[in-house]
Design a protein around this ligand. Structure first.
Ligand SMILES: Cc1cc2nc3c(=O)[nH]c(=O)nc-3n(C[C@H](O)[C@H](O)[C@H](O)COP(=O)(O)OP(=O)(O)OC[C@H]3O[C@@H](n4cnc5c(N)ncnc54)[C@H](O)[C@@H]3O)c2cc1C
Length: 577
């Protein structure tokens, strides 16, 4: 991770003080005794180095938790009612919402442009859903989401989303249609409605004549918001890196109200932005900070490459494998914010998937085997949950097997058209797509199963036995092994046969969560009390996710944490601060 000079100096002060304390006392404190019976190592004496981790030494603070020396050489001070830090969807929505309430708003962002990715924005209901005849989402989906995450998330936030997203989405529809865009809704689920994995058509996006791909047009949203904020009297200041919050009147203070933030500008000088009503952090995730990942999302640590950990780029948009360094979360910790209670932080993505799928959000519904040729799951589920099951197989490897008749699945929808209308493919077109993948080496194809299995690297005898068993279940139209739906039991017996393999590091989109947050987006301390004047929105909101982002509420991060909570936070600040 990047340790700047100030971080390093302050860290050195702490270490030096500990060493000096030990020397002054004349002798080091005695180590706590270990317990041979349960294998607990003796804890090292306080301040003493140990070669190995113990429960006691693992509680030591991380370098990123140590506040750097306060910045005092402020070149300029800027006043506003509300300072929003970060110009992604969450920050810009909050800023525009506050501006519409008559507040003087300044957005300071490290990026040189408004930041966006993808473009799926979920809502429980909206005037567009009504217009297109889609039903209001059944609150049952929230129960499912809670259960899938062991109730390890903050339900008050989820139901706040449930009760307010329609108003927030209609507000956004008015903004975007007022700016000349058209609203579309993605149709991607293709899962039967009574399925545990059903994904309601409720992800909104905005298109124009040039870009019709609903689900990929978030740049329209952030650019529109940024332009409107500036046109209507707000300020959006790019290349301003938030470095330290001002609490109790001083940078990195730990008592009193948060009233501002010190930013580093492009020329290296510091400016202090005071928000007399509120400071709102919206700095995104911490997935490119190795130490924060090691502490808060260790299960995803290896999904980010070394070179990503070693660089900081505040303009990252549609990229995989690590985004931002967690500045907002660290600044919050330094002024006394607590970390969220759910552990570890949930990754979005984080799977490997074998197979050929009718659309991006489905698992492969044919036969999946592990490297020993054994079937290991009910394949009928969404891609992220299917991917988790595959990732857990021996060697993290999975293999998909199918024959030419798999192209007869009732619906193949590989692409989105205008207004979110999916482009359905005929079986011959599906086979043509497979041939492209065979040509590129992504799929193996052969006239005999033996040929395909050998080429893809599966044990032939064991896998043929698995296929024969699977074919029996398909003929009987009853999967008594893993209970897959009869509609999805396709035997593998008509050549040509196909296979592919997934292995390696699971893909990562982002890491969700951060500071402890109440349901009004106020950042809280270790006693769960809001820190006056300090809010956060977007990806960094604490305790909204757990486990793995399921993708079953498609676009919920934009829809809930960015749009609904951002919209509500702008209004809440106007009414309460
Ligand atoms: C490839 C990809 C596709 C995705 N598609 C979707 C999708 O369709 N729907 C969905 O819901 N989610 C999607 N996501 C998840 C997505 O990242 C978030 O939903 C979304 O970007 C969160 O917005 P945000 O405003 O919280 O953070 P971000 O969009 O990450 O914005 C953070 C902002 O803070 C700035 N910043 C960072 N540090 C500082 C600092 N120290 N000082 C000042 N500014 C700072 C950044 O430069 C940036 O402007 C996708 C993610 C990836 C990787």
């Amino acid at each position: 991770m990047e340790l700047n000079r100030r971080d390093f100096l302050k860290g050195a002060v702490v270490t030096g003080a500990l060493a000096a304390g030990g020397a002054l006392a004349g002798c080091a404190p005695a180590a706590k005794e270990g317990n041979a019976a349960n294998g607990t190592a003796a804890a090292p004496a306080e301040g003493a180095a140990s070669e190995y981790l113990t429960a006691a030494s693992a509680t030591q603070k991380w370098a990123f938790e140590i506040p750097p020396e306060p910045i005092t050489d402020i070149a300029e001070t800027v006043e506003a009612d509300v300072v929003v830090v970060g110009a992604g969807t969450a920050g810009l929505v909050t800023a525009y919402s506050a501006l519409q309430q008559g507040l003087d708003v300044v957005v300071v962002t490290a990026s040189s442009i408004p930041i966006s990715r993808g473009g799926s924005n979920n809502a429980i209901y909206s005037k567009q859903m009504e217009k297109e005849g889609f039903p209001r989402q059944d609150p049952y989906f929230i129960l499912k989401e809670m259960a899938e995450n062991s109730n390890n998330v903050d339900q008050r936030k989820w139901y706040r989303y449930y009760h307010n997203s329609e108003e927030a989405m209609n507000w956004m529809i008015d903004i975007m249609e007022g700016a000349g865009f058209q609203t579309g809704i993605e149709r991607t689920s293709n899962m039967v409605e009574d399925s545990l994995f059903y994904q309601a058509p409720a992800a909104h996006g905005w298109i124009n004549a040039e870009n019709q791909a609903v689900g990929m047009t978030q740049p329209f949203v952030v650019n529109t918001l940024s332009e409107k904020i500036q046109a209507e009297g707000g300020r959006v200041l790019f290349k301003n890196i938030g470095r330290q919050l001002v609490r109790g009147g001083v940078p990195n203070g730990t008592t009193g109200r948060v009233t501002g933030i010190v930013c580093e500008r492009e020329d290296g000088s510091f400016a202090q932005y005071n928000g007399t009503r509120a400071v709102v952090l919206a700095t995104g995730d911490f997935s490119s900070n190795r130490d924060m990942m090691a502490k808060y999302a260790p299960q995803a640590l290896d999904m980010v490459a070394d070179e990503v950990y070693d660089t900081v780029d505040y303009d990252k948009e549609f990229v995989f494998g690590g985004l931002f360094p967690g500045d907002g979360q660290r600044m919050g910790l330094w002024v006394g914010a607590a970390w969220q209670k759910t552990f570890p932080c949930a990754p979005m993505g984080a799977t490997i998937n074998a197979g050929t799928t009718p659309n991006a959000y489905q698992n492969f519904w044919g036969l999946l085997v592990n490297r020993d040729g054994q079937r290991f799951m009910n394949e009928y589920c969404s891609n992220i949950l299917g991917g988790r099951a595959q990732t857990l197989q021996p060697g993290g490897e999975s293999f998909a097997l199918w024959d030419v008749n798999y192209s007869n699945l009732p619906d193949w929808y590989p692409g989105q058209g205008g207004y979110g209308i999916l482009e359905k493919l005929a079986p011959e077109q599906v086979v043509e797509l497979w041939e492209d993948s065979v040509a590129s080496g992504a799929y193996i194809k052969g006239d005999t199963l033996e040929e395909v299995l050998e080429q893809v690297g599966l044990p032939v005898e064991e896998t043929i036995a698995t296929i024969e068993r699977y074919n029996e279940l398909c003929e009987a139209k009853e999967d008594t092994d893993f209970f897959k739906r009869p509609e999805n039991l396709f035997p593998i017996k008509t050549p040509p046969f196909y296979a592919n393999k997934a292995a390696g590091t699971p893909g990562l989109l982002t890491i969700l969560g951060g500071l402890r947050t109440d349901d009004n987006m106020r950042v809280c301390d270790a006693d769960d009390h809001p820190i006056e004047g300090l809010y956060n929105v977007g990806t960094m909101v604490g305790d909204f996710y757990s486990g793995f982002y399921t993708f079953q509420v498609e676009g919920v991060n934009y829809g809930a944490c960015c749009l609904t909570f951002g919209y509500l936070t702008g209004k809440f600040i106007a009414e309460n601060e």
